[in-house]
Write a protein that binds this ligand. Structure first.
Ligand code: ADP
Length: 351
């Protein structure tokens, strides 16, 4: 398992590489085309930012933990990757980030195989780790200035790199803490700094791993607004993992549910809700008695109730199936149909 420390180590190594002026990067290699996806036409005219096909992973001699994952994410899209512990979310993301080698399958991130990703490629990715505990003695603004300098060679006319520190502090709501020493920040401010560190290179693609753990409700709300702003104004593609289904519902254009190393659902929250149940729950009271009814046409049903009982109806509530219901249903469906996979031959990826 790659630990946060290892990731940080690699990140720092990358920064050191950039610092040394290693600007001699290879362009993205030409890749064989993958089969067309109808979603591509619907959601974007651009190439997918993430594209995996038949992605498989097996650790050492163990069984496969990813069994052919096909995933596409387009520019400006926010995708929530959900799934129970052990489903393979971290493994998938580490492969996409270039921190872990896959066993088989095709993977392109920003048009490049992550196993071949160079500094220029990495400069276009933003990674927000769950907890970043270094740099305690730096001042917030100075740290961001310092990290930002590594991204300078990778700016383009379309995308200036890095963010100006003032702009970035403003974006994450830390302007008034610019000269504070990192070690003195509150937990919520610390997390916002983590986000600023992930964003400093103005990434095209941002990975957020359970981004709001430990946030109070206000910090959480502000963070959600930030994510939506990034995808709307900066066209940043965002892949986030979270166990907070309200968060996924609020932020994600698309929900991808991974269970047992397979994608068991992929669609917008309403699409998935319709797949699980076309029904809504109508709750009301009549003559002091509470009623709960599950119906397909909630509006028609309510109309009938009023026509029949008029003012005797009170406490009316109509609830559609929540993302949590969808999630629980799909994961249970998967678990009840679970088979033991016979180990299969993997085609080693040519390197
Ligand atoms: P998630 O992030 O969804 O909780 P992971 O990707 O961490 O899932 O894990 C998926 C499966 O891979 C789990 O069964 C886990 O035990 C296994 N796994 C993860 N990392 C390693 C590793 N370094 N070596 C062996 N097995 C691992």
């Amino acid at each position: 398992m790659i630990t946060v420390e290892t990731l940080k180590g690699r990140f720092n190594e990358t920064l050191e590489g950039m610092d040394a002026g290693d600007n001699d990067h290879r362009p993205g290699e030409s890749v064989p085309p993958l089969p067309p996806d109808p979603r591509a036409e619907r959601s974007s005219h651009t190439e997918p930012v993430i594209e995996t096909s038949g992605l498989r992973m097996r650790y050492g001699g163990s069984a496969d933990v990813l069994h052919g994952v096909d995933l596409r994410v387009h520019q400006g899209e926010v995708v929530a990757l959900l799934g129970p512990n052990g489903a393979g979310k971290t493994t998938t993301i580490e492969i996409l980030e270039g921190f872990r080698r896959r066993s088989a399958g095709e993977v392109r991130v920003l048009g490049v195989d992550p196993d071949d990703g160079d500094e220029a490629w990495r400069a276009r990715l933003g990674i927000v780790l769950q907890s970043w505990r270094d740099h305690g003695k730096w001042r917030v603004g100075e740290l961001l200035d310092h990290l930002g300098r590594f991204y300078l060679p990778y700016g383009t006319p379309r995308r200036a790199r890095p963010y100006g520190t003032g702009e970035l502090l403003d974006l994450v709501g830390l302007t008034d803490r610019a000269s504070a020493v990192v070690g003195t920040l509150s937990g919520g401010q610390r997390r916002r700094l983590d986000v600023a560190i992930g964003l400093v290179g103005r990434p095209d693609l941002l990975f957020l791993d359970e981004p709001t753990v430990g946030f109070d409700p206000q910090a959480r709300r502000e963070f959600h607004e930030l994510v939506l702003r990034l995808s709307d104004l900066e066209d940043t593609a965002i892949l986030l993992t979270t166990h907070d289904l309200d968060e996924a519902d609020r932020l994600a254009d698309r929900i991808v549910i991974l269970a047992g190393g397979r994608i068991v659902a992929d669609g917008s929250a309403p699409e998935l809700a319709a797949r699980v149940s076309g029904k809504a729950e109508v709750r009301y009271s009549r003559d002091g008695e509470h009623h709960v009814e599950s119906v397909e046409d909630a509006t028609g049903h309510v109309r009938k109730l009023f026509a029949e009982y008029g003012e005797a109806i009170g406490d009316l509530e109509v609830r559609r199936v929540s993302l949590e219901d969808v999630y629980m249903t799909l994961v249970r469906e998967f678990e009840s149909g679970r088979r033991t996979e016979a180990p299969s031959e993997l085609t080693e990826v040519a390197r």
